[in-house]
Design a protein around this ligand. Structure first.
Ligand code: FES
Ligand SMILES: [Fe+2]
Length: 361
């Protein structure tokens, strides 16, 4: 057969013009994953970088999540940094101490009274936010496509995960890694397993399907892949109860779904891992992982998620090495594009979906 399906081009991976167009059409025009909502208890606040825009996430004391531009309405100082756990219902600008409630109202302006500043006209600039199955989705567009429509159109496979009850889980760990590669190279790598035998010896030992080069088991119609042992994504036996939504044959299976443009969700027995990509220019992607467990598992005597965290970080680091090698490779003057084979079916889907989205007006 001929190699008639191509990868994206050199320019698609490297060019600043393509990156600017992606920001406009996808990362600032659509709905992006912004991590696990379970990480934000009431009072907490967290800053995320959505394709170069600093976005402040808060959960107010009533339990509602909000997304704002991370900038003060007074003279434009950045408001917060990183992830902050707090039980307070307000946040204060570090410059002149203007203070905002966690739902964005300006509530205090020290040294200034109501004749100096009309607080009611200066709330934080707010973005659209939707909490779906415990995950945070944000849109920076003024008038975005309704979230449910976006999800159906761009990430329909995610809806199959609703049966696992992810919203009921608790976040127990958060990891961050910095990858010197274009976000699309990271997504493409997740979409195929032709690299798995070579790159992930520990993973193919646990998920024998991956030795075949397929990432999807076409003999099953539920999207699952069998585990060779136990019910956890770890290299040692663990005795943890599976999620309440993981029953029957699901208990010894792995399920994965991709959110377009920037997330992966992995469900295995007792745990869910949410991977979120935060592209920062054409050559850099920060990836976070949130590790979620059910309260019943967390209450198990001796509960220790570390083997699952370690295994996922090991596999993730193995992927990062090859993604960075691709990023360096595609800078070659000779590289115009690569080729895709039948077992790259997930990469083919992503490539075509990406190009279709970018071509929309
Ligand atoms: S810039 Fe924030 S209070 Fe002045
Ligand atoms: Fe991999």
């Amino acid at each position: 057969m001929s190699n008639d399906v191509n990868t994206l081009t050199r320019d698609d991976y490297l060019s600043d013009a393509v990156w600017q167009a992606e920001r406009e059409k996808i990362f600032h025009g659509g709905w992006v994953l912004a991590g696990a909502g379970q990480r934000l208890a009431p009072g907490n606040r967290s800053v995320v970088n959505i394709a170069g825009e600093s976005v402040l996430l808060t959960r107010d004391l009533k339990g509602f999540l909000h997304a704002f531009a991370n900038v003060c309405r007074h003279r434009g100082s950045m408001l917060c940094e990183g992830h902050q756990e707090s039980t307070q219902g307000s946040l204060m600008c570090p410059y002149h101490a203007w203070t905002y409630s966690l739902d964005g109202k300006l509530i205090a302006t020290p040294h200034l009274d109501d004749t100096d500043v009309d607080k009611s006209t200066l709330p934080l600039w707010q973005y659209h936010l939707r909490e779906w199955e415990g995950l945070i989705f944000v849109s920076l567009a003024a008038d975005p496509m309704p979230f449910d429509q976006w999800l159906q159109r761009h990430a329909g496979e995610m809806t199959a995960l609703a049966r696992f009850g992810i919203a009921d889980l608790k976040a127990v760990a958060h990891t961050v890694c910095d990858i010197a590669a274009n976000w699309k190279i990271v997504v493409e790598n997740y979409q195929e397993c032709l690299h798995c035998t070579r790159v992930h010896p520990e993973l193919v030992d646990l998920v024998p399907l991956y030795r075949s080069g397929w990432v999807t088991d076409h003999s099953r119609d539920d999207g699952g892949a069998d585990l060779s042992r136990g019910n956890t994504m770890s290299d040692q036996p663990m005795d943890l109860p599976p999620l309440p939504g993981v029953t029957g044959a699901d208990q010894n299976s792995y399920f994965g779904a991709t959110y377009f443009p920037n997330g992966f969700v992995d469900v295995t027995g007792p745990s869910v891992v949410i991977s979120t990509l935060y592209p920062d220019g054409p050559n850099r992607t920060v990836m976070t992982m949130d590790f979620l467990f059910h309260p019943d598992a967390i209450a198990t005597p001796g509960f220790d998620p570390q083997p699952i965290i370690d295994f996922n970080v090991l596999v993730g680091n193995q992927d990062n090495v090859v993604c960075e090698a691709v990023q360096r490779g595609v800078t070659s003057k000779s590289f115009d594009h690569g080729v895709l084979t039948p077992k790259d079916e997930g990469v083919i889907w992503f490539t075509q979906h990406y190009l279709g989205t970018m071509a929309e007006s």
